[in-house]
Design a protein around this ligand. Structure first.
Ligand SMILES: [Zn+2]
Length: 286
Protein backbone atom coordinates (compact mmCIF):
# COMPACT_ATOMS: atom_id res chain seq x y z
CA UNK A 1 0.00 0.00 0.00
CA UNK A 2 1.24 3.51 -0.84
CA UNK A 3 3.14 5.34 1.97
CA UNK A 4 3.52 2.00 3.85
CA UNK A 5 6.57 -0.27 3.95
CA UNK A 6 9.21 2.39 4.60
CA UNK A 7 12.52 0.48 4.35
CA UNK A 8 14.81 2.91 6.23
CA UNK A 9 16.53 2.18 9.55
CA UNK A 10 15.50 5.19 11.63
CA UNK A 11 18.54 4.73 13.92
CA UNK A 12 16.73 6.13 16.93
CA UNK A 13 19.67 5.41 19.26
CA UNK A 14 22.18 7.25 17.06
CA UNK A 15 20.12 10.21 15.80
CA UNK A 16 20.27 11.82 19.25
CA UNK A 17 24.01 12.48 18.61
CA UNK A 18 24.56 15.74 16.63
CA UNK A 19 28.13 14.74 15.67
CA UNK A 20 26.93 11.45 14.21
CA UNK A 21 24.14 13.26 12.32
CA UNK A 22 26.57 15.85 10.89
CA UNK A 23 28.92 13.15 9.58
CA UNK A 24 26.01 11.25 8.04
CA UNK A 25 24.77 14.42 6.38
CA UNK A 26 28.14 15.12 4.75
CA UNK A 27 28.27 11.60 3.29
CA UNK A 28 24.53 11.23 2.74
CA UNK A 29 21.75 12.32 0.41
CA UNK A 30 19.09 14.97 0.92
CA UNK A 31 15.59 15.20 -0.51
CA UNK A 32 14.65 18.87 -1.04
CA UNK A 33 11.09 20.01 -0.26
CA UNK A 34 9.52 23.29 -1.28
CA UNK A 35 6.06 24.23 -0.01
CA UNK A 36 5.57 20.66 1.22
CA UNK A 37 6.35 19.29 -2.24
CA UNK A 38 9.20 16.81 -2.79
CA UNK A 39 11.68 17.22 -5.61
CA UNK A 40 10.91 14.62 -8.30
CA UNK A 41 13.52 13.79 -10.92
CA UNK A 42 12.72 11.32 -13.71
CA UNK A 43 9.87 9.79 -11.65
CA UNK A 44 12.13 9.16 -8.66
CA UNK A 45 12.56 11.03 -5.37
CA UNK A 46 15.17 13.68 -6.26
CA UNK A 47 17.85 13.05 -3.61
CA UNK A 48 20.85 15.39 -3.84
CA UNK A 49 24.21 15.88 -2.14
CA UNK A 50 24.11 18.60 0.56
CA UNK A 51 24.57 22.14 -0.74
CA UNK A 52 26.06 24.94 1.32
CA UNK A 53 23.26 27.34 0.40
CA UNK A 54 20.94 25.06 2.42
CA UNK A 55 22.80 25.85 5.66
CA UNK A 56 20.34 27.18 8.21
CA UNK A 57 17.32 25.51 6.59
CA UNK A 58 15.24 22.96 8.45
CA UNK A 59 16.86 19.58 7.84
CA UNK A 60 15.43 16.30 9.18
CA UNK A 61 16.98 12.84 9.33
CA UNK A 62 14.91 10.17 7.61
CA UNK A 63 17.03 7.10 8.31
CA UNK A 64 19.83 4.89 7.09
CA UNK A 65 19.62 3.28 3.67
CA UNK A 66 22.26 0.64 4.30
CA UNK A 67 25.18 2.75 5.58
CA UNK A 68 24.06 5.92 3.84
CA UNK A 69 22.07 8.55 5.69
CA UNK A 70 18.99 10.03 4.02
CA UNK A 71 17.73 13.47 4.98
CA UNK A 72 15.17 16.02 3.83
CA UNK A 73 15.57 19.80 3.69
CA UNK A 74 12.88 22.49 3.57
CA UNK A 75 13.73 25.15 0.99
CA UNK A 76 12.05 28.52 1.48
CA UNK A 77 11.05 31.09 -1.11
CA UNK A 78 8.12 32.30 -3.14
CA UNK A 79 9.35 31.01 -6.47
CA UNK A 80 10.00 27.37 -7.21
CA UNK A 81 13.75 26.69 -6.98
CA UNK A 82 15.34 25.07 -10.01
CA UNK A 83 17.42 22.01 -9.13
CA UNK A 84 18.78 20.19 -12.15
CA UNK A 85 16.04 18.76 -14.33
CA UNK A 86 13.72 18.13 -11.36
CA UNK A 87 10.41 19.72 -10.38
CA UNK A 88 8.65 20.05 -7.03
CA UNK A 89 5.50 17.97 -7.31
CA UNK A 90 2.49 17.93 -5.00
CA UNK A 91 2.78 14.94 -2.62
CA UNK A 92 -0.53 13.31 -3.54
CA UNK A 93 0.21 13.50 -7.26
CA UNK A 94 3.74 12.20 -6.61
CA UNK A 95 2.30 9.09 -4.95
CA UNK A 96 0.87 8.04 -8.31
CA UNK A 97 4.24 8.48 -10.04
CA UNK A 98 7.01 7.51 -7.63
CA UNK A 99 8.01 3.91 -6.86
CA UNK A 100 6.42 2.54 -3.65
CA UNK A 101 9.70 2.84 -1.74
CA UNK A 102 10.21 6.49 -2.73
CA UNK A 103 6.58 7.29 -1.89
CA UNK A 104 6.98 5.89 1.63
CA UNK A 105 10.22 7.83 2.23
CA UNK A 106 8.89 11.07 0.74
CA UNK A 107 5.69 10.69 2.80
CA UNK A 108 7.71 10.34 5.99
CA UNK A 109 9.70 13.45 5.05
CA UNK A 110 6.58 15.42 4.16
CA UNK A 111 4.84 14.61 7.46
CA UNK A 112 7.94 15.62 9.46
CA UNK A 113 8.69 18.84 7.58
CA UNK A 114 5.05 19.88 7.60
CA UNK A 115 4.93 19.41 11.38
CA UNK A 116 8.09 21.48 11.95
CA UNK A 117 6.77 24.27 9.71
CA UNK A 118 3.73 24.61 11.97
CA UNK A 119 5.31 23.96 15.40
CA UNK A 120 8.13 26.44 15.81
CA UNK A 121 6.84 27.73 19.14
CA UNK A 122 6.25 26.05 22.48
CA UNK A 123 2.62 25.12 23.10
CA UNK A 124 3.28 25.47 26.83
CA UNK A 125 4.96 28.91 27.10
CA UNK A 126 5.15 30.38 23.59
CA UNK A 127 8.95 30.54 23.28
CA UNK A 128 10.72 29.48 20.09
CA UNK A 129 11.75 25.80 20.22
CA UNK A 130 14.84 23.99 18.90
CA UNK A 131 15.06 20.93 16.66
CA UNK A 132 16.55 17.87 18.37
CA UNK A 133 17.23 14.24 17.45
CA UNK A 134 17.38 14.86 13.71
CA UNK A 135 13.84 16.27 13.75
CA UNK A 136 12.03 13.77 16.02
CA UNK A 137 11.77 16.19 18.94
CA UNK A 138 11.59 19.93 19.59
CA UNK A 139 12.86 21.25 22.90
CA UNK A 140 11.77 24.50 24.52
CA UNK A 141 14.84 26.31 25.97
CA UNK A 142 12.60 28.50 28.15
CA UNK A 143 10.46 25.95 30.02
CA UNK A 144 12.07 22.63 29.09
CA UNK A 145 8.94 21.18 27.48
CA UNK A 146 9.51 18.54 24.82
CA UNK A 147 7.32 18.39 21.70
CA UNK A 148 7.12 15.38 19.41
CA UNK A 149 5.96 15.14 15.80
CA UNK A 150 2.26 14.25 15.69
CA UNK A 151 0.64 11.20 14.22
CA UNK A 152 -3.15 11.50 14.28
CA UNK A 153 -5.13 8.22 14.26
CA UNK A 154 -8.07 8.18 11.88
CA UNK A 155 -10.53 5.30 11.63
CA UNK A 156 -11.66 4.43 8.12
CA UNK A 157 -14.30 1.75 7.92
CA UNK A 158 -16.49 -0.17 5.57
CA UNK A 159 -19.83 -1.42 6.93
CA UNK A 160 -20.47 -4.87 5.47
CA UNK A 161 -23.48 -7.19 5.52
CA UNK A 162 -23.45 -10.51 3.67
CA UNK A 163 -22.55 -9.73 0.03
CA UNK A 164 -22.90 -5.95 0.32
CA UNK A 165 -20.94 -3.01 1.71
CA UNK A 166 -22.13 0.52 2.49
CA UNK A 167 -20.29 3.39 0.84
CA UNK A 168 -20.96 7.10 1.25
CA UNK A 169 -20.49 10.43 -0.47
CA UNK A 170 -18.84 13.05 1.69
CA UNK A 171 -19.87 16.64 0.97
CA UNK A 172 -16.15 17.47 0.47
CA UNK A 173 -15.59 14.77 -2.14
CA UNK A 174 -15.05 15.58 -5.80
CA UNK A 175 -18.08 14.89 -7.97
CA UNK A 176 -19.18 11.29 -8.15
CA UNK A 177 -16.77 9.85 -5.57
CA UNK A 178 -18.13 7.32 -3.06
CA UNK A 179 -15.87 5.80 -0.43
CA UNK A 180 -15.54 4.23 3.02
CA UNK A 181 -16.54 6.30 6.08
CA UNK A 182 -13.80 7.99 8.12
CA UNK A 183 -13.13 10.20 11.12
CA UNK A 184 -10.53 11.13 13.72
CA UNK A 185 -10.18 9.04 16.86
CA UNK A 186 -11.03 11.29 19.81
CA UNK A 187 -9.37 11.35 23.25
CA UNK A 188 -10.60 8.47 25.40
CA UNK A 189 -11.73 6.32 22.49
CA UNK A 190 -10.53 2.93 21.36
CA UNK A 191 -10.33 2.32 17.62
CA UNK A 192 -13.52 0.26 17.87
CA UNK A 193 -15.32 3.00 19.85
CA UNK A 194 -14.41 5.55 17.17
CA UNK A 195 -15.69 3.29 14.38
CA UNK A 196 -19.04 2.89 16.17
CA UNK A 197 -19.39 6.60 16.96
CA UNK A 198 -18.51 7.77 13.46
CA UNK A 199 -20.90 5.31 11.82
CA UNK A 200 -23.66 6.27 14.27
CA UNK A 201 -23.11 9.98 13.52
CA UNK A 202 -22.67 9.82 9.76
CA UNK A 203 -24.91 6.95 8.67
CA UNK A 204 -26.89 5.89 11.76
CA UNK A 205 -26.19 2.25 10.95
CA UNK A 206 -26.29 -0.44 13.65
CA UNK A 207 -22.92 -2.22 14.03
CA UNK A 208 -21.92 -5.55 15.57
CA UNK A 209 -18.30 -6.65 15.44
CA UNK A 210 -15.53 -4.27 14.31
CA UNK A 211 -12.56 -5.97 12.65
CA UNK A 212 -9.18 -4.32 12.03
CA UNK A 213 -7.83 -4.90 8.51
CA UNK A 214 -4.76 -2.77 7.75
CA UNK A 215 -3.22 0.64 8.37
CA UNK A 216 -1.63 3.31 6.22
CA UNK A 217 0.44 6.40 7.01
CA UNK A 218 -1.26 9.30 5.24
CA UNK A 219 0.84 12.49 5.32
CA UNK A 220 -1.99 15.03 4.77
CA UNK A 221 -0.82 16.32 7.11
CA UNK A 222 -0.02 13.57 9.64
CA UNK A 223 -2.68 10.85 9.81
CA UNK A 224 -2.42 7.14 10.46
CA UNK A 225 -5.39 5.52 8.75
CA UNK A 226 -6.74 2.51 10.66
CA UNK A 227 -8.74 0.45 8.18
CA UNK A 228 -11.60 -1.63 9.60
CA UNK A 229 -14.62 -3.64 8.59
CA UNK A 230 -17.79 -3.08 10.62
CA UNK A 231 -20.41 -5.84 10.60
CA UNK A 232 -23.75 -4.11 9.98
CA UNK A 233 -26.73 -5.67 11.77
CA UNK A 234 -29.24 -4.49 9.18
CA UNK A 235 -29.42 -2.63 5.90
CA UNK A 236 -31.13 0.33 7.55
CA UNK A 237 -29.19 3.59 7.55
CA UNK A 238 -29.92 7.30 7.71
CA UNK A 239 -27.23 9.71 6.51
CA UNK A 240 -26.61 12.91 8.46
CA UNK A 241 -27.14 15.02 5.33
CA UNK A 242 -24.36 17.48 6.17
CA UNK A 243 -21.06 15.59 6.25
CA UNK A 244 -22.43 12.61 4.28
CA UNK A 245 -24.80 13.61 1.48
CA UNK A 246 -25.55 10.16 0.03
CA UNK A 247 -24.89 6.50 0.76
CA UNK A 248 -25.70 3.20 -0.89
CA UNK A 249 -25.13 -0.52 -0.58
CA UNK A 250 -22.78 -2.00 -3.15
CA UNK A 251 -22.60 -5.71 -4.04
CA UNK A 252 -19.26 -7.51 -4.27
CA UNK A 253 -19.79 -8.01 -7.97
CA UNK A 254 -20.52 -4.35 -8.60
CA UNK A 255 -17.59 -3.31 -6.38
CA UNK A 256 -15.18 -5.45 -8.42
CA UNK A 257 -16.48 -4.05 -11.68
CA UNK A 258 -16.35 -0.44 -10.47
CA UNK A 259 -12.78 -0.82 -9.15
CA UNK A 260 -11.81 -2.29 -12.52
CA UNK A 261 -13.42 0.71 -14.23
CA UNK A 262 -15.83 -1.34 -16.35
CA UNK A 263 -18.94 0.61 -15.33
CA UNK A 264 -19.14 3.99 -17.02
CA UNK A 265 -21.37 6.39 -15.12
CA UNK A 266 -21.06 9.34 -12.76
CA UNK A 267 -20.01 7.29 -9.74
CA UNK A 268 -16.28 6.85 -8.99
CA UNK A 269 -14.31 4.75 -6.50
CA UNK A 270 -11.33 5.80 -4.36
CA UNK A 271 -7.94 5.85 -6.10
CA UNK A 272 -5.52 2.98 -5.58
CA UNK A 273 -3.20 5.13 -3.42
CA UNK A 274 -5.93 5.34 -0.73
CA UNK A 275 -6.58 2.66 1.89
CA UNK A 276 -10.32 2.93 1.13
CA UNK A 277 -9.61 1.40 -2.29
CA UNK A 278 -7.86 -1.56 -0.60
CA UNK A 279 -10.62 -1.99 2.01
CA UNK A 280 -13.26 -2.25 -0.72
CA UNK A 281 -11.12 -4.36 -3.04
CA UNK A 282 -9.94 -6.85 -0.39
CA UNK A 283 -13.52 -7.34 0.83
CA UNK A 284 -14.90 -7.70 -2.71
CA UNK A 285 -12.25 -10.30 -3.59
CA UNK A 286 -12.63 -12.16 -0.28
ZN1 LIG B 1 8.16 26.38 26.62
Amino acid sequence: MRFSGNPLDRASDQRTDPTWLASRLRAGLVLPFWQNRPLVVAERAGFQAWRDDWNGRLCVFLGLDGERGLFAVDIAGEDEPQIGSGAFAEMRASAFVLPARDTAIAGQAKALIDWHRRHGFCANCGAGTQVQDGGYRRLCPACGAEHFPRTDPVVIMLPVLDEHCLIGRNARFVNGLYSAFAGFVEPGESMEDAVRRELAEEANVQIGAVRYHASQPWPFPSSLMLGCYADALSRDFRIDGTEIVDARWLSKNEARRRLAGTIEDEMTMPASIAIAHHLIRDWANG
